[in-house]
Ligand binder design. Sequence first.
Ligand code: ATP
Length: 259
Amino acid sequence: MLEVSHLKKVYDGGVEAVGDLTFTVDPGDLVCLVGPSGCGKTTLLRCIAGLLQPTAGEVRLDGSPVTGPPPGMAVVFQEYGRSLFPWMNVRDNVELPLKQKKLPKARRRELVDSSLEAVGLADRGAAFPWQLSGGMQQRVALARAVAYEPEVLLMDEPFAAVDAQTRADLEDLVRSLWKRLGVTILFVTHDIDEAVYLGQHVIMLSASPTVVQERLTVDLPAERDQLHTRADDRFTKLRTRVYEQIQAAKRGTAPTPTI
Ligand SMILES: Nc1ncnc2c1ncn2[C@@H]1O[C@H](COP(=O)(O)OP(=O)(O)OP(=O)(O)O)[C@@H](O)[C@H]1O
């Protein structure tokens, strides 16, 4: 289980990005974090990933405090262009963390093959990132995270820089990987529809300094598809609920009662 307890982050210079955040993510859950722009989502994710030291509070993974990047976590960032090494082909990019994990060569090859297959890039292993579209590069970043076999996958607005059609395909890819691998996913987005479509739970954050405004259970069927799920009455109600809460968060007013 991932536990965030009374997490607070004040940057040098006095900006209080995260106020007092407490929430948990159960093993195997897919939780979306959504909040107004600048509310501290990236700061929070970096603290959870052990890349940034919180000012107060703590993060625990399976009971152990996170003080540096934990071995069981992988992160997919928004800027795929900067997270892939341009001088390495796709296979080498995906394999790199597996070398750092000191896995034997045969196992590395197996994991690279199966993860590239899973993201639909089995035939692009020899290509370099700059020869691929943005959506394909983000698939490579996803394959690299999946190959690592993390217990927890953190995703920071991973599809913000791709076009709408590619984004819809990547959302479906995340849900199918999640179901297949049983990995715990914490997905940060500012897109309300994306949060409701993807998540089993949506945690709504207040404006900075951030606290949890509400936690919503997305009681939509597990089998989702872009056309029917988004047209579902329940989807509309849930997205309206999240939208209202985000507006309340921006105004700094109290949350309205849960639906
Ligand atoms: N390295 C830093 N030093 C000082 N202040 C920072 C730093 N990084 C972020 N901040 C400030 O902390 C606050 C939260 O930023 P953060 O990037 O975490 O928000 P966000 O919710 O991810 O934003 P967005 O949705 O726009 O990507 C902002 O006021 C930002 O200016």
